[in-house]
Write a protein that binds this ligand. Structure first.
Ligand code: ZN
Length: 458
């Protein structure tokens, strides 16, 4: 009896310890499994509806709370509608789905939630929500976090406009230019849905909210090749340039030309294998470096001479792709004319041009802004294309030459090349130095801007 009682007491203690022990084991298992849990699933089915919700769990109070708030709000909106129905008018149950994509890059989570809800009618309603959350700093961020300066948002706006229009063109859809412009205007809130991909930034534009296009949701990727100049250095990524041959151009010491009379010969409408080579051979005698404003659609056929010109220290600028009057085009076509030329020049010589000579010299402030290039006009017009007379061309240049002048010529005509060389021979006697537009600006101490049209240099 005595022994039994003692055992009983010891047994009680043992039992209590065991219960506490098991309790803690269960608690830790629960905690571990919660910590390990990466997402929440909710599956629910009512008489008239079904719910299927998936959303991520990041184990960070701030972001998890925001996500849950969004999910709860959307779910409640749906359930409020469901509560009011007494019977279904269709065979289909009302339906509610939330799904997500999650991506982490540089401590920043990009969480995109998509809500689809069907409450009768023909279509599901869709809602998009994107969170960008810096898990280290515990802060929500916007696209601004990535952008370099104030002008970057404007450039992003233009690029987005261009890529959406291009997407439309490639997919046989005619997008309303004005609506696309509105949705891509340079406001932060237009760029809330983005994600970071291997090759660039992906942007989602939910245009269906205001249009009845069937494919109102457009995803575009802006590649790093275009994006890097907009991004803070830490967010830039190596653009894919593997196939581009790197040409190292000859340079020369500009000190020797300081204080001398300078003149910039510029050649439009090329390149042209025969006549451009003739010019490149000829200018050597005069230590002349010139500027070429080339037409994009000619480059593939005359790429070797373009490479040679660049290698020998001449400057390559753009004269657009198809030599169309930019004033008469819509913004998308203007951008196409400019971008396609820049791309093909970059693919040929390894660098993008920074100088633009608009065809016929036609430009306005909108196009300047669009192009983001330095606009170079001229003040000596030889009308070489009209006369095709080398003496007349040479004479026109010699008569009008002055320090800082920009001469307009076309290297697709033999007479223009010969006239130019003839003028150089005379002007050299008069003490002139033949420089590129970039050398001229540097020697004159001028930093080229994006607002001015340069006709000559003072
Ligand atoms: Zn031209």
């Amino acid at each position: 009896m005595k022994t039994h009682r003692r055992l009983n007491k010891a047994g009680k203690i043992a039992l209590l310890s065991l219960i506490i022990f098991i309790f803690f084991i269960i608690l830790s298992i629960k905690l571990i499994s919660y910590k390990g849990k990466k997402e929440i699933h909710i599956l629910k089915s009512g008489k008239y509806y079904q719910l299927k919700i998936n959303y991520p769990l990041l184990h960070d109070k701030k972001i998890d709370k925001k996500i849950k708030e969004y999910v709860d709000e959307k779910k409640q909106e749906f359930l409020d509608i469901v509560d009011q129905i007494e019977h279904l008018e269709t065979d289909n149950k009302y339906d509610f789905i939330i799904q997500y994509q999650l991506n982490k890059e540089d401590d920043i989570y990009h969480i995109h939630l998509e809500t689809y809800s069907y409450t009768g009618g023909e279509h599901y309603q869709k809602d998009d929500k994107t969170f960008h959350y810096d898990i280290k700093r515990k802060e929500f961020i916007t696209i601004e976090e990535y952008l370099n300066d104030e002008s970057s948002l404007e450039k992003l706006s233009l690029l987005s406009y261009y890529y959406i229009m291009e997407y439309g063109e490639e997919n046989g859809k005619e997008f309303n230019e004005e609506i696309v412009k509105e949705y891509t205007s340079s406001k932060n809130e237009n760029f809330i849905h983005f994600n970071i991909q291997e090759d660039g930034f992906e942007f989602l534009f939910a245009l269906y909210q205001e249009t009845d296009w069937i494919d109102g949701e457009i995803k575009i990727i802006i590649p790093y090749k275009e994006l890097n100049e907009l991004l803070k250095p830490k967010y830039q990524k190596q653009a894919n340039k593997k196939d581009i041959e790197v040409i190292v151009p000859e340079t020369r010491d500009l000190e020797q030309y300081k204080g001398k009379k300078l003149i910039a010969f510029t050649f439009d409408d090329g390149p042209s294998t025969e006549t451009t080579n003739l010019l490149l051979d000829g200018v050597k005698e005069f230590d002349a470096k010139v500027t070429f404003f080339v037409i994009g659609n000619r480059i593939n056929q005359h790429s070797e001479v373009l490479k040679r010109a660049y290698k020998e220290g001449h400057v390559i600028g753009s004269h657009t792709y198809n030599h169309r009057n930019l004033l008469l085009l819509n913004d998308y076509t203007r951008l196409q004319e400019i971008k396609n030329t820049n791309d093909i020049i970059e693919n040929t010589i390894g660098v993008k041009p920074i100088l633009l000579r608009p065809p016929y010299g036609n430009i306005n402030d909108d196009i300047k802004k669009l192009s983001n290039m330095h606009i170079i006009e001229w003040d000596i017009d030889t009308l070489d294309w009209k006369y095709k007379d080398k003496d007349k061309i040479a004479n026109e240049i010699i008569t009008n030459a002055h320090d800082g002048a920009i001469v307009l010529l076309h290297d697709i005509y033999k007479s223009s090349v010969e006239g130019a060389l003839q003028a150089m021979a005379q002007l050299k006697e008069e003490g002139y130095v033949f420089v590129t537009i970039l050398e001229m600006a540097e020697l004159k101490g001028i930093t080229l801007d994006y607002e001015t049209s340069y006709f000559y240099f003072k």
